[in-house]
Write a protein that binds this ligand. Structure first.
Ligand SMILES: *Cc1c(COP(=O)(O)O)cnc(C)c1O
Length: 375
């Protein structure tokens, strides 16, 4: 065990945070600017532009919310939901369940569309839910359900959702930068992510993006969002130069932006774009396949039918001690993997291959370590 107060260097192969490249940690240590300094504002603009590229969107209202992924979830909920609104949420794991809780706290009547943990939703199931609840104003799905490792397809849902006058809302916390995700092509109206999963940046910011339909919904609100801190009608006056419609207005102070985290995110996004989105997504696919071959050769099996590349959720083999295995991986090898979450506690392990962590070196290392510990 390390005895100094300086943290050990772990190999983070859990459900997040993922390993952070030295370049990003170095960026965190750059001099702190004022949040209205023109130099900082141009760094923020550049960060938002990179986020648009990574989200594959032209949405002007794309920026990092101050806070982790959950802040992004709350930001979408408080701005898009008004008390009494009906919403449909796909609940097939912990994070769909959280979205239900968060939207209920905003006063929504939530119709949970449920699926067994590890499964995903079909177009037909969503269509049937919209038929049952024609007044629904939002359909929300989790692209990458980190608690089960299930990969929810998103293509084709937007047309259906829009034809009923609802907004299509997506949790992309564990997919942005690791899985194919086309916000504009797939018709997603509002989306949030996090920095510490496939972007390989420390936790602390939550990239969000709102399209035209979502903007119109927010502009038509009769009530103020319950959260002052996350009220997009104020945040947009700071994050967007000249506001959404352009026009060169001044920036309006709302809260002090987390300056140094913005440097880190800008650097992390630069790394993503240098690699190229397509190459990065292909790397995540290849590393997942390499891990999967190794795990299955050891007799371990995947829980979800349609597995994520970024998060591998496997059943704990009979006879293995859950906590002792993870403790030995951590203490003997410095490797962190995730325990099962929610109903999967004690039944599953979750191995994340996200961003900087998705390498041949890490895949082969975790396979060898697991083989030794289980032997
Ligand atoms: C990690 C995660 C979140 C929450 O993000 P935090 O950064 O922990 O607040 C939300 N949704 C999904 C799918 C996640 O994996």
């Amino acid at each position: 065990m390390p005895t100094s107060s300086f943290p050990a260097e772990r190999i983070l192969l859990g459900p997040g945070p993922s390993p952070v490249p030295a370049r990003v940690l170095h960026a965190l240590g750059a001099p702190t600017l004022g949040h209205l300094d023109p130099q900082y504002l141009s760094i923020m603009d550049e960060t938002c532009e990179s986020l648009r590229q990574v989200f594959q969107t032209r949405n002007a209202l794309t920026f990092p919310v101050s806070g982790t992924g959950m802040a992004g979830m709350e930001c979408l909920a408080v701005n898009l939901v008004e008390p009494g609104d009906e919403v449909i949420i796909g609940v097939n794991g912990v994070f769909g369940g959280r979205m239900k809780d968060v939207m209920e706290r905003c006063g929504a009547t939530v119709h949970a569309l449920e699926a067994p943990w590890g499964e995903v939703f079909t177009l037909e199931q969503v269509a049937a839910a919209l038929d049952r609840h024609p007044r629904a104003k939002i359909v929300a799905l989790v692209h990458a359900e980190t608690s089960t490792g299930a990969h929810q397809p998103l293509e084709g849902f937007a047309d259906l959702v829009h034809s009923k006058g609802a907004l299509f809302v997506v949790d992309a916390v564990t997919s942005l930068g690791g899985h194919e995700l086309r916000v504009d092509d797939w018709g997603i109206d509002a989306i949030y992510s996090g920095t510490q999963k496939c972007l390989s940046c420390p936790p602390g910011l939550s990239p969000v993006s709102f399209g035209e339909r979502a903007l119109a919904r927010m502009d038509a609100r009769k009530t103020k969002p319950q959260s002052w801190y996350l009220d997009v009608s104020m945040l947009r006056k700071y994050y967007l130069s000249g506001g959404v419609s352009g026009g060169g207005g001044a920036r309006v102070y709302h809260h002090t932006a987390p300056i140094n985290m913005t440097y880190a995110l800008r650097e992390a996004l630069a790394i993503v774009l240098e690699e190229g989105l397509e190459a990065r997504i292909a790397r995540h696919a290849a590393m997942h396949q390499r891990l999967r071959r190794g795990l299955e050769a050891m007799g371990l099996s995947y829980i979800p039918k349609r597995s994520l590349h970024t998060l591998n959720c496997i059943g704990i083999p009979a006879g293995a001690d859950d906590a002792a295995t993870r403790r030995r991986l951590l203490e003997d090898y410095g490797i962190e993997i995730g325990a099962g979450l929610g109903v999967m506690a004690g039944k599953a392990w979750r191995i994340g291959l996200m961003g900087h962590g998705a390498t041949i070196r890490n895949v082969d290392l975790v396979l060898a370590a697991l083989r030794n510990v289980l032997a």
